[in-house]
Design a binder for this molecule. Structure first.
Ligand code: PMT
Length: 223
């Protein structure tokens, strides 16, 4: 992005995985490293924006010049986003938020027994859907879609169902999307818009996506 294309704007970004506690020593999570979300934060910063990054547990350092808030669970991330969204012009949901959490998190370590056991899960708040549905202070809202099949159909479904301004879809699996240094994105927006961002390292891809978001954001603002 050209320097300054987002100056005066605030960009709120989620990044990384969430951890859903089972007890004080165990949790459910996923393979997200935070590389994609953190690269977007750096690219938005370089485009002149004030950037707020809400990050699940990652080993990455907080990007220089970016206000970073560390969270653990989906509910923590939800709270951190909702507390700050009123000041945001653009929201980008790059985090891999757990859709479910254990119904109960035990106060002390669950003891091993010889019998079978089952885990009951309850849904977490959908942060992206809630932000897109805001009536007041609704930012330009960009989601991600991580898919293992039918990428376009699932991504377009999420775009419409969640009422987003744009969605960036990536194939994920053991060897792609999550954790890798590079990625590729299929980007969709309402009205049938689509562009492909070819495989590149995540910082380069993030700069291209920030460019595209800036373009669509200004387009929406001048309509
Ligand atoms: O972190 P990396 O290792 O670099 O990997 C990058 C990535 C693969 C995690 C990233 O590119 C990506 O795809 N992020 C979104 C992962 C995801 O959870 O996708 P989803 O299709 O399950 O969710 C759809 C969208 O809803 C996402 O924008 C997600 O942030 C959001 N969501 C989902 C559930 C929930 N409870 N709240 C949400 O905000």
């Amino acid at each position: 992005p050209g320097p300054g294309v987002l100056s005066g704007r605030t960009v709120l970004i989620t990044s990384g995985p969430t951890r859903e506690a089972l007890d004080p020593v165990r949790y459910l999570t996923n393979h997200s490293s935070g590389k994609m979300g953190h690269a977007l934060a750096a690219a938005a910063r370089d485009a002149g924006a004030r950037v707020l990054l809400i990050s699940g547990p990652t080993e990455l350092p907080a990007p220089h010049g970016v206000e970073t808030v560390a969270v653990e669970s989906a509910r923590d991330m939800h709270r951190a986003v909702m507390d700050r969204v009123a000041g945001a012009d653009i929201f980008i949901a790059a985090a891999a938020v757990a859709d479910y959490r254990p119904e109960q998190s035990a106060g002390s370590k669950i003891k091993k027994t010889d019998s079978e056991t089952a885990l009951r899960l309850v849904p977490n708040p959908d942060i992206l859907r809630e932000v897109a549905a805001l009536e007041q202070y609704r930012p330009f809202t960009v989601g991600f879609a991580a898919e293992t099949d039918a990428l376009e159909a699932h991504a377009r479904g999420k775009l419409a169902r969640k009422g987003l301004d744009m969605i960036a879809a990536n194939w994920v699996g053991a060897d792609r999307g999550f954790h890798t240094d590079d990625n590729a994105l299929e980007v969709y927006w309402p009205g049938g818009g689509h562009t492909s961002l070819a495989r590149a390292d995540k910082p380069a891809l993030a700069r291209q996506l920030i460019n595209l978001i800036t373009e669509r954001y200004h387009h929406a603002a001048t309509r």
